[in-house]
Design a protein. Structure first.
Length: 318
């Protein structure tokens, strides 16, 4: 029997109707795999041996009663076959330390999804800089004058923190904005921190901010176009956006073909690309979502597809 462990935020606090991690666990359980649950703080190392305080988990597709957890026990993480790292950001030092601990599990033969080194190396905002031919004009800087010059050049820009998620602390700035100074000061911590500036892409109003899910470098054929709420710049579901599943366009597939080989090379097995109009805007590697929304609207089985790929990788290792 395949043994799967998952590191995630408290399972009792998720929204079971939308949670992608729960969907993955349901797909694993449907294959007869055993599931162990732990949180980030449950990992510890004794004399170089990575161990965890974890609990056997049973999951159900029931919005009122979606899990049952057995009493916890301590076990070496090397005893599991595959580990899903599904802890949500913030991507802070504790997250980085966790990836170092998971390196130990990987060295013992555990398939960690996504690969710990790749999680460390792939900032979800900065990763797009590897593919400038796929992105709108962008700038990474902590210098106020340089950001102002970028704003004057393009007239309408988005400023993003490098460590955020769910649309948090994202600002739209126009050249006539009365709050330019305070927004730049806030985003750069008065010149002490980098921020990402991107030219505003107006297509977000009509075509939304598309989430394209990638499994081992290959795209799911439908994207979830997250449409901004009236009067809102951000389209993130966490910021009130509404999701509409749509087939990938020719341009979407071209972007996926450009990015996919690099994802596969890095060991990034499950990734969410964000695309607005013709442009790649983010590469989400920590805990990409939108599985359940796409499945409901398109009849896909994305988590089952992911588990099939994991199963193939495990089989090829043996």
């Amino acid at each position: 029997m395949t043994r799967l462990a998952v590191i995630m935020d408290p399972i009792e606090g998720i929204n079971p109707a939308k949670d992608s991690t729960l969907d993955m666990l349901l797909a694993a359980q449907a294959r007869g795999w055993s599931i162990d649950y732990l949180q980030q703080q449950d990992l510890f190392v004794v004399d170089g041996c990575l161990q965890a305080q974890m609990s056997a988990l049973t999951v159900r597709d029931d919005v009122n009663d979606w899990f049952e957890r057995a009493p916890s026990r301590i076990e070496a993480l090397a005893d599991v076959d595959v580990l899903l790292m599904r802890k949500d950001p913030p991507f802070d030092m504790e997250y980085i330390y966790t990836t170092h601990l998971l390196d130990l599990a990987e060295a013992e033969g555990v398939l960690v999804v996504n690969r710990p080194q790749a999680l460390r190396d792939t900032n979800e905002k900065l990763a797009t800089l590897r593919f400038p031919h796929c992105t709108s004009p962008s700038l990474v800087s902590r210098d106020s004058d340089r950001i102002r010059a970028f704003l004057q050049q393009h007239g309408d820009i988005i400023l993003k923190p490098l460590d955020g998620m769910g649309g948090a602390s994202i600002f739209r700035l126009t050249a006539s904005d009365a709050n330019i100074a305070v927004i730049i000061e806030t985003m750069t911590a008065y010149g002490h921190g980098y921020t990402l500036a991107q030219r505003y892409i107006p297509e977000i109003v009509d075509s939304g901010d598309k989430r394209i899910l990638m499994i081992d470098g290959e795209p799911v054929p439908f994207a979830l176009a997250r449409m901004p709420a009236p009067g809102e710049t951000r389209a993130n579901l966490a910021a009130g956006g509404q999701g509409q599943a749509r087939p990938l366009t020719e341009r979407d597939r071209w972007i996926c073909a450009e990015v996919g080989p690099w994802l596969r090379e890095q060991g990034l097995l499950f990734v969410g690309l964000d695309v607005i109009g013709d442009y790649l805007t983010e590469i989400n590697v920590t805990s990409p979502t939108c599985i359940r929304e796409i499945d409901r609207q398109c009849g896909t089985a994305i988590s089952a597809q992911l588990m099939t790929r994991i199963e193939t990788i495990l089989r090829c290792r043996n």
